[in-house]
Design a binder for this molecule. Structure first.
Ligand SMILES: Cc1cc2nc3c(=O)[nH]c(=O)nc-3n(C[C@H](O)[C@H](O)[C@H](O)COP(=O)(O)OP(=O)(O)OC[C@H]3O[C@@H](n4cnc5c(N)ncnc54)[C@H](O)[C@@H]3O)c2cc1C
Length: 321
């Protein structure tokens, strides 16, 4: 049975998280002696799709129907289901996103498959099929044995490090059977977050808290972010006070992120904040209070005044890059 991977694009470009999903699906397929096939929807450049071959996809199905650019839940779930049926897929892999979180269970029900979400590592197939998933907002992990021939798996960011190798793959037009009813729920307005690097996709994030005292002090955070090619984020009180836009708020009630690098400046490290960032690969904390709880979750800590440390850090980084 083949492995099917659902690929999401943004503005015609395949998302990095979907490259991870393709690499993840290819590893499962390799272990099972089968192949990984990708399915993409909406407007995506053909070269972008063919490039998925370098991450392990043997073939790419593409439903180019522009109505799918809106990311409709019903329609996308239907397309992915039909592709899984066509390819007799045993395992469906998708990278977590708001759309994938909404379609995973729908597709699993249509396929009669088991579903496991928020998987953080490759499966252990030495005795069945066991995956590790993040639970309790990332504070713990559960190993889950997934029975049956059919599985739907959604993976968290950084579940695998995709390495580009191999050749481009062939892209095949796929004509899914969709009716007007599949597009009955319509997106009426889109408010896009500003900035070159979007927070949910960012590899590096510089985040500021109440310790920065006022919105006009964010220049040094933006400068550090620009220097590192990072996105900016903030704690909840900072967005509540409208020092920063709400789409930058990370934590239990905000966005949950897993960047490779998270630098927290003037943030105490309350449990509700950590819930959104503690699966970051490397956490750096800058806080003037050596007792700040965030230091317990940090890989590196700098005890000092942010107004002195951050500009010096930015200058030091500029010297080496
Ligand atoms: C139900 C619920 C949900 C919540 N959800 C979230 C959430 O999603 N995200 C979130 O962030 N919070 C959330 N909170 C709020 C959370 O509990 C904390 O109140 C909040 O995270 C604190 O924000 P802060 O660290 O920016 O501010 P503070 O707690 O005020 O901490 C400021 C820190 O800055 C340090 N500091 C001060 N001056 C300097 C300086 N010059 N240089 C360096 N450091 C300095 C201080 O030592 C302190 O550690 C939630 C709370 C509840 C009850």
């Amino acid at each position: 049975m083949s492995v099917l991977v659902y690929v999401e694009a943004d503005g015609g470009i395949v998302k990095k998280s979907s490259l991870e999903a393709v690499a993840y699906g290819a590893e499962i397929a390799k272990g099972a002696g089968s192949s990984a096939i990708a399915i993409a929807t909406g407007t995506v450049a053909e070269a972008e799709l063919a490039n998925l071959g370098k991450f392990g996809a043997s073939k790419i199905l593409h439903v180019s129907d522009e109505r799918l650019n809106d990311g409709g839940i019903q329609a996308t779930a239907n397309v992915v289901f039909q592709a899984a049926e066509k390819e007799s897929a045993g395992t469906l892999v998708m990278a977590r996103s708001s759309l994938v979180d909404a379609i995973a269970s729908r597709v699993a029900i249509k396929l009669g498959a088991s579903v496991v979400t928020n998987v953080v590592d490759l499966p252990d197939t030495s005795n069945g099929f066991v995956v590790k998933r993040g639970v309790y907002t990332g504070k713990a992990f559960a190993n889950v044995a997934v029975p049956g021939d059919k599985k739907v798996i959604t993976i968290a960011k950084n579940a695998i490090s995709p390495v580009e190798s191999g050749d481009a793959a062939t892209v095949e037009a796929f004509s899914a059977n969709l009716s007007d009813a599949d597009f009955a729920v319509k997106r009426t307005k889109v408010e896009k977050a500003e900035g070159d690097i979007l927070l949910p996709e960012a590899d590096k994030v510089i985040s500021g808290g109440r310790g920065l005292k006022a919105p006009e002090n964010w220049g040094m955070i933006e400068e550090l972010a620009k220097t590192l090619g990072a996105a900016t984020a903030c704690s909840k009180p900072v967005s509540d006070m409208e020092w920063r836009p709400h789409h930058e708020h990370v934590g239990q009630t905000g966005i949950k992120i897993s960047p490779t690098l998270y630098i927290a400046v003037g943030i105490s490290g309350a449990i509700q904040h950590l819930a959104g960032v503690n699966s970051s690969k490397v956490i750096v904390v800058i806080n003037k209070d050596a007792e700040a709880p965030f230091f317990k979750a940090a890989d590196y800590g700098i005890v000092g005044d942010a107004f002195e440390v951050v500009p010096k850090l930015t200058e030091a980084i500029k010297e080496v890059i």
